[in-house]
Design a protein around this ligand. Structure first.
Ligand SMILES: [Zn+2]
Length: 272
């Protein structure tokens, strides 16, 4: 499933394609949304924003399209009126004079006015967005709150109410970078370690956003490239690297299942 960084990258490319311009053609493929086609065509796309794993496209006239990719949804940008070769089902099409933004396979699409979008069940319940955050305060507030402080990091980092946009690969990578074992809870940490967690949560998420999903250190990536290794090998510190040596201590990375999802741990580095 795409995580926060991927959704924000998607939002950037949709914004570049159709943001600030007039929508010439729009089509919904869900029957109940068809009445909005007339309302939204010839209206300007005012903004395209990601919130956690959700996306909001706002039109002139205070009308907003919410979409959530779930497991299979995917956006494509094409030259206006063209379609990619894919066996996926088209769900939404927004076209201006130059480009088409096409959403395939997503089933979670709503059209709402400004007041109702604020109360959208997903948008109104998610925690602070790790990509939008500029300082660690909101992470510290969440982690020390009654709601979250006694739950394991492995569970918290899959819960969009805790930090929006974190998903499975970021969970492993953030905890490795912070040196925290996933079975620990925020209440197990001292202040110094808690601040380290918050810093790692932001740094790793922002790095993934800026580097198209790469969370590993620049030096490790450069060294791996020199050896002729491919992205799959150097993209992450630990995620997907079970039985490989840790970049920092050389211990073998182990793979476990926590919260029903795979997680990768270096027990040499994540011991506190
Ligand atoms: Zn290690």
């Amino acid at each position: 499933m795409p995580e926060g960084p991927e959704i924000h990258i998607e939002a950037d490319s949709i914004r570049k394609a159709i943001g600030g311009s007039t929508c010439r053609y729009i089509q919904f493929y869900h029957e109940h949304l068809k009445p909005f086609e007339k309302e939204l065509s010839e209206k300007k796309v005012e903004s395209v924003e990601a919130y956690g794993k959700g996306l909001v496209i706002s039109f002139e006239g205070d009308t907003h399209i919410f979409s959530h990719n779930q497991l299979y949804g995917k956006w494509y940008i094409t030259t206006a009126g063209n379609y990619p070769k894919t066996s996926r089902s088209l769900r939404l099409e927004i076209q201006n004079d130059h480009k088409s933004a096409l959403l395939y396979s997503a089933s979670d699409i709503d059209v709402m006015d400004g007041d109702s979008i604020k109360e959208h069940p997903y948008l109104s319940s998610i925690g602070p967005d790790v990509i939008r955050m500029e300082d660690v305060e909101p992470v510290l507030e969440q982690a020390t709150s009654k709601t979250f402080r006694n739950r394991s990091f492995s569970a918290l980092l899959l819960d969009q109410h805790f930090l929006a946009g974190v998903g499975n690969y970021l969970r492993s990578e953030i905890l490795f970078h912070a040196g925290i074992h996933p079975s620990l809870k925020p209440s197990d940490l001292d202040d110094k370690k808690m601040i380290q967690f918050a810093k790692s949560a932001l740094l790793i998420s922002h790095r993934a956003y800026e580097n198209k999903g790469i969370t590993n250190d620049e030096e490790n990536v450069a060294a791996a490239k020199k050896e002729g290794l491919t992205r799959r090998h150097y993209r992450h510190f630990v995620f997907g690297r079970d039985e490989k040596p840790c970049y920092v201590c050389g211990n073998e990375i182990i793979k476990e299942r926590m919260g029903g999802r795979r997680i990768y741990i270096c027990e040499g580095c994540q011991n506190g």
